[in-house]
Design a protein around this ligand. Structure first.
Ligand code: AVI
Length: 324
C-alpha cells in the first residue's frame, strides 16, 4: 500500500531562518564547539553512508552482523508491532529487521525518522517498492519532535529502535534526557531496541575515526560548508584540519576541527562574527563507548527493563532489547 512518503514535523529546520542559537552558543564558548546535528545535510548524510562502508569503521558492519543473526529472535520476542526508527539515514540495517518482521508478523508498519529530508525521502520511496506489504511513512524532524508526535498517536504496540550507537553522540546529560523521552513516548509493554558501541582499545577506535581515505575528514569539514549554506557564512574549510582522538578517561572519541590560520568568520543570517586563532580547535562530536551492564542499569533507571542482549564474538558492539 503506497502512502505519502513524508510527514514534515519541523518546517523551521527546512528553512534558512533556523534560529542557530546553538551555533552562536558553541562558537562563543572556550573551547569552541558545534552541535553534531549540523553534520547531516544531504552531503553529510551521503558521506556518513560512505563512512559506514570503510574497512576501519567497524560499528556498522558489526551491528549488521548481530542483526543478521538475531533479527528473527527480536521479532519473535516482541511479536507484531509498529516499528519506529530514530535517525534512520538510508535504513540499510533496518532491512534486516523489516525482513524478520515480515516473516514473523502480519500488519507491518514502519516509521523512519530523520532530520535529513533528501535521504529520508529516497529511502522511504525505495522501501515502499521493496516492502509492498508494509505501510511506510517517514517523519522529517528532530528526535524530540518525533517522540512528541508519536506520544499523541499511540494505539498499537510499538518498537522504537535506535541503532548505530548514535546515542554515543549525546553527552551523559543528553543521554539521560533522551532515555527519559523514550520512556515517556512508550506505553507499558512497548519495546525499545538500542545499539551501542562497546569500549575497546584506542588502537581500534582511533583509525575508525581517522580513516586512511579521508572520508571522515570530509564529513567533519562538510559541517562548515553546511553552516555556510544554512547561515550565509564564509567559513573556509581549507583553514581547518580534521582529527579524532580517544579520550580514555571519558571513554569517548572526540572529533575536532583544528584551525590553521588566524581569521574572522561571519554568519550573516545570524548576524554573528567570530574570530579564530591558529592552533585553536572546534569540538564537533563526541562518540561515547559504552559498557553493556552499565547501560542496562541506566535504562532500568528510566523504567526500561532489559529482556535480552546480543553481541558479536569480539564484544565490540551490543544490542539491548528492553520493555517499558
Ligand atoms: C552517527 N554516529 C553514531 C557516528 C559515530 O560513530 O559516532 C558518527 C560518526 N562520526 C564519525 N564517524 C562516524
Amino acid at each position: 500500500m503506497l502512502t505519502q512518503p513524508l510527514i514534515i514535523l519541523d518546517t523551521h529546520y527546512q528553512e534558512l531562518n533556523n534560529d542557530g542559537g546553538d551555533v552562536i552558543q558553541g562558537l562563543t564558548k572556550t573551547p569552541k564547539s558545534l552541535p553534531p546535528k549540523y553534520f547531516y545535510d544531504d552531503r553529510g548524510s551521503q558521506l556518513f553512508e560512505e563512512i559506514c562502508q570503510l574497512s576501519e569503521y567497524y560499528p556498522t558492519r558489526t551491528e549488521a552482523w548481530i542483526l543478521s543473526q538475531y533479527a528473527n529472535e527480536i521479532a519473535q520476542l516482541t511479536g507484531s508491532c509498529e516499528l519506529v526508527e530514530l535517525g534512520s539515514g538510508s535504513s540499510t540495517k533496518t532491512r534486516l529487521l523489516l525482513d524478520a518482521y515480515q516473516q514473523n508478523t502480519d500488519d507491518c508498519r514502519y516509521l523512519p525518522i530523520d532530520i535529513s529530508g533528501g535521504i529520508l525521502k529516497s529511502s522511504v520511496l525505495q522501501l515502499q517498492q521493496q516492502y509492498p506489504d508494509f505501510s511506510i511513512q517517514g517523519l522529517l524532524g528532530t528526535y524530540e519532535q518525533a517522540l512528541e508526535h508519536l506520544r499523541s498517536n499511540s494505539l498499537r504496540s510499538r518498537l522504537i529502535f535506535f541503532l548505530g550507537s548514535s546515542i554515543g553522540n549525546f553527552t551523559p546529560q543528553e543521554c539521560d534526557n533522551f532515555l527519559g523521552q523514550i520512556a515517556h513516548a512508550l506505553k507499558p509493554g512497548d519495546y525499545f531496541l538500542l545499539g551501542i558501541d562497546l569500549q575497546k582499545p584506542k588502537e581500534i577506535l582511533e583509525p575508525a575515526y581517522n580513516d586512511s581515505q579521508g572520508v571522515t575528514a570530509a564529513f567533519n569539514l562538510n559541517m562548515l560548508s553546511h553552516l555556510n549554506w544554512r547561515f550565509q557564512g564564509n567559513f573556509n574549510p581549507n583553514f581547518f584540519t580534521h582529527q579524532a582522538i580517544y579520550n580514555q578517561a571519558d571513554a569517548q572519541i572526540e572529533m575536532y576541527l583544528h584551525c590553521q590560520e588566524n581569521h574572522l568568520v561571519s554568519l550573516d543570517i545570524l548576524n554573528f562574527k567570530v574570530s579564530f586563532q591558529a592552533g585553536e580547535s572546534i569540538l564537533t562530536e563526541i562518540s561515547r563507548k559504552f559498557d553493556l551492564a552499565i547501560m542496562q542499569k541506566q535504562l532500568a533507571a528510566q523504567g526500561l527493563k532489559t529482556l535480552q542482549t546480543w553481541t558479536d564474538p569480539r564484544h565490540w558492539f551490543g544490542l539491548i532489547l528492553c520493555q517499558a
